[in-house]
Design a protein around this ligand. Structure first.
Ligand code: NAD
Length: 494
């Protein structure tokens, strides 16, 4: 099913960019707004409230009041579960609207927004709801004279600051565990993609989440974001975004109330292909699909492809043969695989890296230019560079666009050394038909997730996060509860 006539639906859409505090929409306290345009065609989508310190204060006060009154935290886990399941069902019921908003806001193909982003958001909310009444406390082994209970309590008010590349999923990864555990939340979406977070919060209230438990303050990082991260009455910040901003989160916590910070940051994931791997075509197809999905705007995109020198020419030819399948196109066309880059600033960043790749001497295999699409807007051709040297900017820095860098290695030791020679450590892949080598290399790679002979498996059941400067937390899985709960020990004399 392709869904509705997306262009007609887009023309009729009037997104509401006002804040959501205490369960109600309202304008920013000082009345300021900013215009939001779609990267698809430059069309103005509407005015979005420009949240600032006064709005963050109001949102945090609302979150604190609901938390203190135990409107949500005091409900039985089974009741919170029912609300989260209704929330998830309502997200699915609104899938066309949410997918369209996401696509218009940040440029991803609407087909993928519905099949991946909406589906993963609903599954995440339902999964944490389903999990929460199965999280037990502990009784510690102690002497006969005492009983020591170890229980989990919500941290209180969680501030969630999220990026624009997967606006709904990144919000859901913070909301799922935080809400299930009984916290109240203030969510700050990216100024580049504010609409779905606001709509999600509205849906949550309709599904029975008490007003004030989830508040959304859109606005700029240096205004609403900074005010939230510095706020003295916020107990934890769950941040997903660039390593540069993640560094600031730690500084804000140090400057304010030492709030807990869990950071999910950038990546430059290495994809290692050994010459003993027989199905080179599958490795090349997977590398292209994973690299160009979401226009390359994925923290875990395999943007450093390391290939054994003996098979590198064949591998590069196989990747080049994939490029026509990723011709940039209108994101509202259900046939489009590669949509629009989020905005003109990011477009220039990506084109700048392509230019640096050329001037630093890498060999352009395909792409390499801005793409022209009938609707206008911000588009880049899927781009592959071969002959990339480890010191080049396109081998070291996160580009966050559809640009793949291919480096060559001579042996296993060099492959591992190259892969680990990065400040990032989010994900990696090993392609090898030698079982011992696959395990040996997977163990040696400094990354939070290592894929063997695949790259596309993903599930809410497993942790997601990075080593080194890719972050200090883990989203997803039961481990995410560690970030949004406190452990309390209660000693009882008996
Ligand atoms: P960003 O750091 O520019 O912004 C992220 C969020 O932080 C936005 O909401 C922004 O408004 C806010 N922000 C910016 N400056 C701030 C400040 N001084 N104080 C408080 N808040 C501030 O990142 P981005 O460009 O939106 O997102 C892309 C980055 O996110 C990439 O580096 C990508 O790898 C990373 N990312 C990581 C993961 C992960 O799970 N590890 C997932 C998705 C994206």
């Amino acid at each position: 099913m392709n869904g509705p006539d997306w262009h007609a639906a887009a023309a009729a859409l009037r997104p509401d960019g006002r804040l959501l505090i205490d369960g109600r929409r309202r304008d920013a306290a000082d009345g300021r707004c900013f215009d939001k345009h779609s990267p698809i065609d430059g069309r103005r989508l509407g005015a979005v409230a420009r949240g600032a310190a006064a709005d963050v204060d109001a949102a945090v006060a609302s979150a604190r009041a609901t938390f203190a009154a135990r409107h949500w935290a005091g409900q039985a886990p089974a009741q919170r579960k029912r609300v989260l399941q209704r929330f998830a069902d309502a997200v699915l019921a609104a899938q066309d609207e949410l997918a369209l908003l996401e696509s218009l806001d940040m440029g991803k193909p609407v087909r993928w927004a519905r099949a991946v982003d909406v589906a993963a958001t609903a599954r995440c909310l339902a999964w944490y709801g389903e999990a929460i009444d199965k999280v037990y406390g502990e009784i510690a082994p102690t002497a006969d004279s005492a009983l020591a209970l170890v229980t989990r309590e919500p941290v209180g008010v969680v501030g969630a600051i999220v990026p624009w590349n997967y606006p709904m999923i990144m919000a859901a990864w913070k909301l799922g565990p935080a809400l299930a555990a009984g916290n109240s939340v203030v969510l700050k979406p990216s100024e580049k993609s504010p609409y779905t977070a606001l709509r999600l919060a509205e849906i949550a209230v309709e599904a029975g989440l008490p007003p004030g438990v989830l508040n959304v303050v859109p606005g700029y990082g240096g205004e609403a974001g900074e005010a939230l991260a510095l706020h003295g009455d916020v107990d934890a910040i769950g941040f997903t975004g660039s390593t540069r901003t993640g560094r600031r989160m730690l500084a804000y916590a140090a400057q304010s109330n030492l709030k807990r910070v869990y950071n999910e940051l950038g990546g430059k994931s290495a994809f290692l292909v050994f010459d003993d791997f027989r199905d080179l075509g599958r490795a090349a197809r997977t590398a292209a699909a994973s690299m160009f999905f979401n226009q390359g705007e994925s923290c875990n995109a395999p943007s450093r492809v390391l290939v054994h020198e003996r098979i590198a020419d064949d591998f590069v030819a196989a990747v080049a043969a994939e490029l026509p399948a990723y011709r940039p196109g209108d994101p509202l066309d259900p046939a489009t695989e590669l949509g629009a880059i989020v905005d003109g600033v990011q477009l220039e960043t990506v084109l700048g890296y392509i230019e640096r790749g050329r001037t630093e001497g890498a060999r352009l295999v395909g792409g390499g230019a801005r793409a022209r699409v009938d609707s206008g807007g911000c588009y880049v051709e899927p781009t592959v560079f071969d002959g990339v040297a480890p010191a080049m900017a396109i081998a070291r820095e996160e580009i966050f666009g559809p640009v793949m860098s291919v480096l060559r290695f001579r042996d296993e030791a060099e492959a591992v050394a190259l892969a680990n020679d990065s400040p990032y450590g989010l994900q990696a892949a090993v392609w090898s038909d030698d079982l011992s080598r696959a395990h040996r290399v997977a163990r040696a790679l400094r990354a939070g997730t290592v894929h063997v002979n695949q790259y596309d498996e993903d599930d809410i059941t497993v942790p997601f996060g990075g080593y080194k400067q890719s972050g200090n937390g883990r989203d997803k899985s039961l481990h995410a509860f560690d970030k949004v709960t406190e452990l309390k020990t209660t000693w009882i004399h008996i």
